[in-house]
Design a protein around this ligand. Structure first.
Ligand SMILES: [Zn+2]
Length: 176
């Protein structure tokens, strides 16, 4: 994906270009077609419905999270491929967590009024919690969240906030 921090979700197949322009979510039913999301602090989200054979990769930074990209992606799996919310498994990979995600007061208030008081406190916001809530709201409950924070853990994941010249790591999903 040429990720743009939006909420455009594209369904792809073998004939799609290798780089999907203007997208932060991609979905496919094709086998042996890996989907990739690249991140450094943003949340890489992977989704899988084993019953219907549908997979998705999502780039959920702050903006895309606020634009409900996780919910939009799962809804598209449900609408286009008859997935059931309860069958969709979701993994949120290593990313900036509430221990380190400091924002200004205005943003903190936006989070509290848009999503709930529990997702912000003392200028720190919980993007993973917001994505989980947005998925829970449409019945997706099977969600695994990595406890690794890209900013403060000693694990070898790139962090843009720590180093503006850093590389990216990737979340990749493929069905055989
Ligand atoms: Zn942290």
């Amino acid at each position: 994906m040429n990720q743009v921090h939006g909420n455009n979700v594209v369904i792809v197949d073998e004939n799609s270009p290798k780089l999907i322009e203007d997208a932060d979510g991609i979905i496919t039913v094709c086998k042996n077609l890996p989907l990739m999301v690249m991140v450094a602090d943003c949340i890489p989200i992977l989704m899988y419905d084993e019953k219907k054979g549908v997979i998705a990769a999502v780039h959920a930074g702050r903006n895309s999270t606020f634009l409900k990209i996780a919910q939009i992606t799962a809804n598209k799996m449900i609408e286009k491929f008859n997935c059931q919310a309860k069958d969709i498994k979701v993994i949120l990979g290593p990313s900036i967590q509430k221990c380190c995600y400091e924002v200004n007061l205005e943003l903190e208030n936006i989070v509290k009024t848009s999503f709930g008081k529990e997702f912000a406190s003392n200028r720190y916001i919980d993007l993973q919690g917001i994505n989980k809530k947005l998925l829970n709201d449409i019945g997706v409950e099977n969600i695994e969240i990595s406890s690794i924070c890209t900013i403060c853990s000693n694990k070898p994941y790139f962090s843009y906030r720590n180093d503006k010249t850093c590389g990216r790591f990737a979340g990749i999903i493929m069905q055989e």
